[in-house]
Design a protein. Structure first.
Length: 611
């Protein structure tokens, strides 16, 4: 009865879905205006857009250049782009075909299909299943580092070598994860008896006539990927092609895939498209959730499914409006000068605003006598890595902070770029005031948000990035002062010794402090320059570039250096080395280097462990 009531409330809050004009009159001009404006503003070399409506392609256009230097224009029928994580749709489709064929079971332990390695039994009695893999709910940490270029390994070998820890029981929270989807691809390979790439080419691409799409690495062709600074990158190949590292396609081929999904084409596999699009997981029945790799991202009451793909210098977006029969696909080969690129959501939302009826956000009644104090705190994305250097991304990702109000509502900061007030209309479920989004607290210490493929976990003060940034705020000035100040102090001491017999104190502790300061400054400058351009940093991480390894060695050195400096500090005060101002300065340097070492260890930058 309770579930029926919830369903009724959701249906009542959803406006009726009106059919748009089948040919979307004027949509070509709308696309031209939007794409031309963004390309000029963001300095994006090439874009291609396809729009499907009423069972036919109403837009199929290329803009700009596939290769700027060679002046090769973008051709929607011939120009290939890296499609990144859109490949996950093909992986899900392939796996479901084999489920329907009786070769895979959505709810069986995946270890039943694995022979060369096994998924660790972290939570006895709660195995990982294919259903978990296809909804990002397996609970894996996002902590693996991939081989790339000439180091790409066979799928099974890469999975065995990079198995991440399981951080939560399966089915207890969505957390976007590449390893899990790659594992689903390996199940396809294992039970079908053919390489994953060959299976997709034969059973996904061929039935739809997608002759210009490739899964194996190296098929990009003449298209170049452009980073934010205008330079090009060739990082188009890595482990885990089943998750999207390497596959490429054309706009026309992806239009064929859009049409097949919208028409529930049996060539995808009998019933497969409907199963992929149907909600398969949600943190709360009043929030959108996941299909099988399709992500629910409703807009103004309209059910919108999407899947995006991101590779360095290339970005793709695929959207479905199943009830209206509209599909949209956007590809670009530039990160954009403003590092925003061409956001496919902006174009999809413009099309919806133009052709579908507008509606008001659903009105909800505040839950009488409700309290929200138990939800207060700071929440960090569950996709934050626990065991690799990728954890450092959390330093620049502000957590979401939740504050309770006296009337049972909450205020959030760090979400939507502003403070938002949310009305509690059911225990632990909140509606954005004046908006469409909802958030919920499905488990103690866990926050779920509309249109998100991660949950957020509550963190304590010692885990908050602001504390670690404050430690860096102490470390960097102290280290810079040591780097510049100790040589200057040495000159001054030399001048004093010529006119005084005052002992100068031991030299080795000062040399250690200078060296430690230099290590911190060099690491910060080098690593900071990598983080400043994510598109350039990602290939270095994938390849395990020597410059990155050298920087991690420097970060690791700060741990023993901090211990040595703290020991020297204690001896300096006990034995009265140097004058008091000198001892105070030395203490500050020791504390600064120690603060840096704490941050380096916390974010897996120290320890000489790349993964």
């Amino acid at each position: 009865m309770f579930l029926k009531l919830i369903t009724a409330l959701v249906l009542a809050a959803t406006p009726a879905q009106a059919a748009p004009p089948s040919d979307l009159p004027g949509v070509g001009a709308l696309v031209d205006e939007h794409v031309s404006s963004v390309m000029a503003e963001e300095k994006i070399p090439g874009v291609t857009v396809t729009v499907v409506a009423g069972g036919r392609q109403v837009v199929d256009k290329g803009y700009g250049w596939a290769d700027v230097a060679r002046r090769l224009p973008v051709d929607p029928g011939r120009t290939r782009f890296l499609i990144g994580s859109e490949t996950k749709l093909f992986t899900a489709q392939a796996a479901l075909q084999l489920v329907h064929a009786g070769k895979l079971d959505l709810d069986a332990d995946v270890n039943a299909y694995l022979t060369t390695f096994k998924i660790r039994d972290t939570y006895p009695g709660r195995p990982v299943t294919l259903r978990h893999l296809l909804t990002h709910t397996a609970g894996f940490d996002e902590d693996h580092v991939l081989g790339s270029g000439s180091d790409v390994r066979p799928l099974g070998e890469a999975l065995a070598a990079t198995q991440p820890a399981r951080l939560r029981p399966p089915g207890t929270g969505v957390s976007y994860n590449n390893y899990g989807v790659a594992l689903a691809g390996y199940l396809v390979e294992t039970v079908s008896g053919m390489p994953f790439e060959k299976y997709v080419e034969r059973h996904v691409f061929a039935p739809l006539g997608m002759k210009d799409s490739v899964i194996a690495c190296g098929g990009l062709g003449d298209t170049r990927a452009y980073l934010a600074d205008g330079s090009t990158t060739t990082a188009d190949c890595a482990d885990f092609s089943a998750s999207g590292a390497g596959p490429a396609s054309t706009s026309s081929d992806m239009a064929a895939y859009l049409r097949a999904q919208l028409e529930l084409d049996p060539r995808l596999g009998a019933g497969v498209a409907a199963e992929m699009q149907r909600q398969q997981y949600t943190e709360d029945p009043r929030l959108p959730g996941m299909g099988f790799m399709w992500e629910e991202s409703p807009y103004k009451g309209h059910r919108l499914l999407f899947k995006a793909g991101d590779m360095p210098g290339m970005h793709t977006y695929m959207f479905l409006l199943p009830e209206q029969g509209i599909g949209i696909h956007v590809m670009s080969n530039g990160d954009g000068a403003g590092r925003h690129g061409l956001d496919g959501f902006e174009l999809a939302h413009k099309i919806i605003d133009r052709y579908l009826p507008d509606a008001r956000p659903p009105a909800v009644e505040a839950l009488p006598g409700a309290s929200a104090e138990q939800y207060e705190g700071s929440y960090q994305s569950s996709r934050t890595s626990s065991g690799s250097i990728l954890k450092v991304q959390a330093l620049t990702d502000s957590p979401i902070h939740v504050t309770a109000t006296a009337d049972g509502a909450i205020l959030t900061t760090g979400l939507k770029g502003r403070q938002v007030r949310w009305t509690q209309f059911a225990p632990g479920v909140f509606q954005e005031e004046g908006g469409w989004d909802r958030i919920a607290f499905p488990e103690p210490g866990q926050l779920a948000i509309s249109r998100s493929t991660v949950v957020f976990d509550r963190i304590g003060p010692l885990d908050h990035p602001s504390l670690h940034l404050a430690l860096l705020g102490l470390a960097l000035p102290a280290s810079l002062a040591a780097l510049l100040g100790f040589p200057l102090a040495a000159v001054v001491r030399a001048a004093r010794r010529r006119s005084s017999a005052t002992p100068a104190g031991p030299r080795l502790p000062r040399l250690l402090a200078w060296f430690a300061g230099a290590v911190v400054v060099v690491f910060t400058a080098g690593f900071g320059s990598l983080l400043a351009d994510e598109g350039r940093a990602l290939p270095l991480v994938l390849q395990g570039a020597p410059v990155l390894i050298a920087l991690l060695v420097l970060a690791s050195l700060t741990v023993p250096l901090a211990a040595a400096l703290l020991t020297c500090t204690a001896m300096a005060w006990r034995k009265r080395w140097w004058r008091r101002p000198g001892r105070i300065a030395y203490t500050l340097v020791a504390l600064g280097v120690t603060a840096f070492a704490i941050v380096a260890v916390t974010y897996n930058l120290a320890g000489l462990s790349y993964t």
